[in-house]
Design a protein around this ligand. Structure first.
Ligand SMILES: Nc1nc2c(ncn2[C@@H]2O[C@H](COP(=O)(O)OP(=O)(O)O)[C@@H](O)[C@H]2O)c(=O)[nH]1
Ligand SMILES: [Mg+2]
Length: 252
């Protein structure tokens, strides 16, 4: 039998002191047909998350690593740096997820199970069977559904219902073929939109898997309404920049 693939979880953190140790333990405890390791990407969190990450790395040698960055530059930059490191260290699969338990480790096996025949698997709140936090007011659910399953989807002509979702399993070959360090410039939610759009334009198969998405219970969100409005506007820019891409534009 072939050896289990090397899976690196890229975990960006900014002030996740309460969540990080629980997340690391939960991920390391998952029974998976993959060799899982974790790369924490910390932007010099004022609450000391970076130091805690170093302690966790010392406690789990070879399974937990830390990429320290000097300051808060946003989620997109953190992911690009984390993906580059994970690929350089030989990851065959790369999982991206938030460190606040909105992305729940218990769904990782379903993401992996959906990978055969796909180039990326997207954990989706709005695929049939998926859901957002049941405590959200009806208008917030409606707004979020509209933004993802209608607005972004129609502008970009995508089949995907949750292009801002950031719980994703990538093949290393997909990330390499996308030439992400050169092509991807967006940050925040638009980073997720741009990554998914470029993948689909290049002809990569993206498969959505339903997830439940509860609100974080510890720590604070770094996203705001302003960032979401900005994302809505920037979706047009993503379309303009990448709509001409075809399969022939894959790198390598
Ligand atoms: N390294 C890094 N991580 C970030 C940054 N902004 C947010 N994060 C992390 O990205 C994940 C999602 O952020 P969050 O604020 O929960 O966004 P939300 O889920 O959209 O509310 C969490 O793990 C955050 O700690 C950043 O600028 N740098
Ligand atoms: Mg969150």
């Amino acid at each position: 039998m072939a050896e289990a693939p090397r899976l690196t979880v890229v975990l960006p953190t900014y002030n996740e002191l309460d969540n990080l140790p629980r997340m690391v333990e939960a991920l390391l405890a998952l029974p998976l047909p993959a060799r899982l390791s974790i790369l924490v990407v910390d932007d010099n969190s004022p609450d000391g998350t970076g130091r805690l990450a170093d302690e966790l790395a010392a406690r789990h040698p070879g399974r937990v690593g830390v990429l320290h960055r000097t300051g808060k530059e946003g989620l997109g930059k953190a992911y690009l740096a984390g993906f580059a490191r994970a690929l350089a260290e030989g990851a065959e699969l790369v999982l991206q997820m938030d460190c606040d338990f909105s992305h729940q480790p218990r769904f990782v096996p379903a993401l992996l199970a959906a990978l055969p025949g796909a180039d990326m698997v997207l954990g989706s709140r709005f695929a049939p069977g998926g859901s957002v936090d049941p405590h959200w007011a009806w208008w917030r659910k409606l707004l979020s559904w509209f933004a993802n399953s209608v607005y972004v989807r129609v502008i970009l002509g995508s089949t995907l219902r949750d292009m801002t979702g950031g719980f994703r399993l990538w093949r290393a070959a997909t990330l390499r073929g996308m030439d992400i360090q050169r092509r991807i410039g967006a940050n925040g939610y638009v980073f997720q939109v741009e990554m998914a759009f470029v993948a689909q334009r290049l002809g990569y198969v993206v498969r959505e898997v339903p997830i439940e998405f509860p609100d974080r219970t510890a720590g604070e969100s770094k996203m705001s309404l302003g960032i979401q409005v900005e994302a809505a506007r920037r979706t047009w820019e993503v379309r303009r920049r990448h709509r001409g891409l075809t399969r022939g534009d894959r790198a390598g």
